[in-house]
Write a protein that binds this ligand. Structure first.
Ligand code: MV4
Length: 678
């Protein structure tokens, strides 16, 4: 009897202490949704916080409770400690998960959470502070015997001493802002004669970006790889490493494609790096999930760069190769439990990739975009494909809005395979089946990246995108015949359903106006492409004279077309019409055309003809006319700034200003009517 009770008690003791009943996620979008998924699985209640811009967002829908914490600008909502703590009080949550970005690496916030008697699902404030400055963290790492790039990270900052240190290190050297991140305040110096000017530049940038001009000097590594180690520590002093991720494929310090494990890394170096990362974590009494970043050179020498004291965006690739849920580990550790597994129990299984789908325009130097999604379909999820996102799939014209206020990442597409080639093939196919229209995105760029021969051969370095720029951003060429054919068929389908219900019918049923044929003309680049549909013989005639036979099924015109063109079958091709923009999407293809609709002659180019509504969410920076003013066609009326670019709203025709619906300083949403003419 007694022994039975003891056994039961022991059993309970050995199980996890599960203290946390309700978690408030102090974040939005994809990370908030990701954390909630684990909470749901563990039976933990969730509280979302949201700004006015996010009232309809997926993370709000997913949560058990949601609290409005302020207007769209993050400073007044997601970054406002007081409002987040008030939301905790209001809902009775007992823990806060900060996600990444926003307050995740803010030591004062971690401290305030602890002071309020709540559990912060992250490291202690002291560990965040220890890794806050580059010079200071390097001094700590040196003591812990973590390998550093040869260099100087001392307190003294006089030019003479710094230059002497550069000489000692040997050129080329890299000057880095101590408080820096993201490459700001960084200068490569090739030889002594350039040192003074580079130093002044780095100090100026450091001062203006971080309010602190302290710098450090390092040996410059020419083509390093960015390899980072996932570490985990509990409150009892145990720490393990969960192997590495290669995040070399970046542009402007923004990661684009990550993978785990790092291709070609030897087992011996993997273990050495892992142990160095664990030593780094233990040197600062780390608790929870953290990442130790290293530069790796061609000879497999590795050097500490910095430690990120949070769960990172790219954590899913580690989850895919270890089979673990890192958010669950974070929660268990925050509850005071021992790490679920010891180092000897951790194994790498297969290979994983993550591609980040962004609203940005690769053709305009990756300018971030915003606006409403017109169509969005993710690849089907499976053991080999995972999609992490805070943006919902959407049929035509009804998608979520990508806000100018936050990061333009739409989704992370994650793939797994038993080896790198298999994982890469799964990624290629997942991207070929990701279809999105609305704001410009990097989908074609990601497809090109994952199909690049050098990438497939794992020839990666931090210069990969710059070195392959031309191949990854092909010059705009004439649209493919199949794209033009699908565009025309999409416009036909949009007119209404055909009258026949023959499963593979011809085009005669589409003959609505009574014509023998109809011609649709599309514009791409500066050229026009007329496409003729001939109903009686069910053919599409392309600009180069090619005539292809067409058959269609009635499967699902609201989500996609299933057609045969010239004997080739297209399943679920999507043609999405937004104004006169025709987005054509099919297996591995995305192309935007402009329809020269004869009923809207001259409207092909909204930028110059001037819609009187905001082209995208933004801020009114100038109003150039007054009510009652006579305006002439093309005259500038209002200027809206969005995504750091100015958009001029011009008069589409001569007229008189009937009303003005905006003043300078107004934040306006997309399609907000700014001005009325008569
Ligand atoms: C370096 C380096 C070469 N040598 N340090 C860029 C951001 C900052 N966190 C560290 N960075 C670098 N430090 C030495 N001594 C090259 C980079 C670098 C880089 C590092 C990781 C990922 C992408 C990069 C792109 C350009 C430069």
């Amino acid at each position: 009897m007694i022994s039975g009770i003891v056994a039961v008690l022991l059993n309970i003791y050995n199980q996890y202490m599960a203290l946390i009943k309700k978690i408030l996620i102090a974040n939005r979008g994809e990370i908030a949704c990701r954390v909630m998924k684990t909470c749901q699985r563990l039976g933990i209640a969730t509280v979302a916080v949201y700004s006015e811009a996010d009232a309809g967002a997926l993370h709000v829908e997913m949560a058990d409770e949601a609290v409005l914490i302020g207007p769209a600008p993050a400073r007044e909502s997601y970054l406002d400690t007081k409002k987040i703590l008030a939301a905790v009080q209001q809902t009775g949550a007992d823990a806060i998960h900060p996600g990444y970005g926003f307050l995740s690496e803010n030591a004062d916030f971690a401290e305030a959470v602890a002071k309020a008697g709540l559990i912060f699902i992250g490291p202690p404030a002291s560990a965040i502070r220890a890794m806050g400055g580059k010079s200071e963290s390097k001094a700590l790492m040196e003591k812990a015997k973590v390998p550093l790039v040869p260099g100087y990270h001392g307190e003294r900052q006089d030019e003479k001493l710094l230059k002497a240190e550069a000489e000692k290190i040997g050129y080329p050297v890299l000057i880095k802002a101590s408080a820096g991140g993201g490459g700001k305040g960084m200068r490569v110096v090739e030889s002594a004669k350039d040192f003074s000017e580079a130093l002044a530049g780095a100090q100026r940038e450091a001062k203006s970006s971080f309010g602190n001009e302290k710098v450090l000097i390092e040996k410059y590594l020419a083509h390093p790889r960015h390899v980072e180690i996932q570490v985990f520590a509990d409150q009892k002093g145990n720490a393990v490493y969960l192997f590495e991720r290669d995040c070399s494929v970046q542009r402007r310090h923004q990661k684009v494609l990550e993978e785990a494990p790092a291709p070609g890394l030897s087992q011996a170096v993997r273990e050495k790096m892992g142990k160095a990362a664990v030593a780094a974590a233990q040197a600062i009494d780390y608790v929870g999930a953290g990442t130790v970043e290293f530069l790796l050179d061609a000879k497999e020498n590795f050097y500490f760069m910095e430690m990120n004291t949070r769960l990172q965006v790219e954590h899913p690739v580690t989850e895919m190769i270890t089979g673990l849920d890192l958010v669950e580990w974070q929660i268990r550790v925050a509850e005071g439990n021992k790490l679920p597994l010891a180092q000897k129990d951790l194994k790498i299984n297969g290979h994983a990739f993550e591609a980040r789908l962004y609203a940005e325009d690769p053709a305009k130097d990756f300018l971030p975009g915003a606006g409403q999604i017109q169509f969005l379909r993710y690849p089907m999820e499976s053991d080999c494909v995972r999609v992490d996102t805070g943006v919902r799939e959407a049929p035509f014209g009804e998608g979520d809005v990508i806000s100018i206020y936050y990061d333009p990442m739409i989704a992370k597409i994650i793939s797994w395979g038993k080896d790198r080639d298999t994982a890469l093939r799964n990624m290629q196919s997942a991207l070929d089946n990701t279809h999105i229209a609305g704001p410009k995105t990097n989908i074609n760029f990601l497809r090109a990246l994952t199909k690049n021969k050098d990438f497939a051969a794992a020839k990666v370095s931090t210069h990969f995108i710059a070195d392959h720029h031309k191949a990854l951003l092909p010059k705009p060429s004439a649209p493919a015949n199949e794209t033009l054919a699908l565009a025309a068929l999409g416009l036909l389908a949009e007119r209404g359903e055909p009258t026949s219900d023959d499963p593979w019918g011809d085009l005669s049923a589409w003959r609505i106006g009574g014509n023998e044929s109809d011609t649709f003309t599309f514009k791409s680049g500066e050229k026009d492409y007329p496409v003729t549909i001939s109903y009686q013989d069910s053919k599409v005639v392309l600009p180069d004279g090619t005539a292809l036979r067409v058959a269609y099924t009635l499967s699902s015109f609201d989500m996609g077309l299933t057609v045969q063109i010239g004997g080739k079958r297209y399943d679920d091709a999507v043609v999405c019409k937004h104004g006169l923009h025709i987005h054509v999407m099919y297996q591995g293809h995305y192309e935007e055309l402009t329809w020269l609709d004869p009923l809207h002659a001259g409207e092909g180019n909204e930028e110059s003809t001037g819609k009187l509504t905001a082209p995208m969410p933004g801020k009114v920076v100038a109003v150039r006319v007054k009510t009652g003013a006579k305006v002439t066609k093309g005259q500038a009326l209002i200027i809206v700034e969005a995504m750091k670019m100015e958009h001029t709203i011009t008069a589409p025709a001569d007229g008189v200003v009937a009303a003005i619906h905006a003043i300078v300083g107004d934040q306006v949403s997309e399609k907000h009517e700014l001005i009325a003419l008569k």
